[in-house]
Design a protein. Structure first.
Length: 220
């Protein structure tokens, strides 16, 4: 009995073409996908994104109105007392560490950037509590600078779709930047997050309902 022929390995050009079709399908099905964190300026987005670590955006959006009312600027946050910030953000989890980072980050903004949020990866990444994910969120959504945000949804779904092999967030970011067109980097994360919430869920993906069936290696 002959063994079944293996499907030819996808080359880089074919992967980029498939990725383009995936992006188009996601855009067609989630035309209103956008950053779900509520913010009015770069400082608010920076704070909200820092709070979103290990926490839902929905929960963060419930916490930030009171937080921003009391600390609307980096200058105000820089002078905040740790326990006061903790009380306002307690429900987001890891609140002691987050409060410490918010105050330290704000102090850096005041000391090194005249109170303003910087607009480069290098400067953002140097701030307390700010990793590449947070920096890319701010760059893309506050400054319009292309950046690939890698969160749990992006990590899971990009691997299921065969667009990345996994590893560190930095490695996944680099892989995706090779196959996704730069003009789509910011929107791509919003699309995958939406898809992860509705279809490609962590515990059980609803593959029978997925419009990416013909583009997903798991179903081909």
């Amino acid at each position: 009995m002959k063994s079944p022929k293996r499907k030819p390995k996808e080359d880089s050009k074919q992967k980029r073409l498939r990725a383009k079709k995936i992006v188009q399908a996601l855009e067609d099905n989630y035309p209103e996908a956008t950053c779900s964190l509520r913010f009015q300026n770069p400082f608010e987005l920076l704070v909200a994104t820092m709070l979103s670590a290990q926490c839902t955006d929905e929960r963060v959006n419930k916490v930030t109105p009171a937080l921003f009312k009391k600390y609307p600027t980096s200058q105000k946050m820089a002078k905040a007392k740790q326990q006061d910030v903790e009380a306002l953000i307690q429900s987001t989890g890891f609140f002691r560490n987050k409060a410490r980072n918010l105050i330290a980050c704000s102090q850096q903004l005041v000391r090194d950037h005249k109170g303003q949020v910087p607009s480069t990866m290098e400067e953002l990444h140097a701030l307390a509590g700010v990793g590449r994910k947070t920096a890319n969120v701010v760059l893309g959504n506050a400054f319009g600078t292309p950046g690939m945000v890698v969160d749990t949804h992006v990590t899971r779904i990009s691997q299921r779709l065969g667009l990345s092999k996994g590893g560190s967030a930095e490695h996944i970011e680099a892989e995706l930047e090779q196959v996704i067109e730069k003009e789509n980097w910011v929107q791509f994360s919003h699309l995958l997050i939406e898809h992860g919430r509705k279809i490609c869920k962590a515990r059980k993906a609803l593959c029978e309902e997925c419009f990416l069936n013909t583009l997903c290696p798991q179903l081909l």
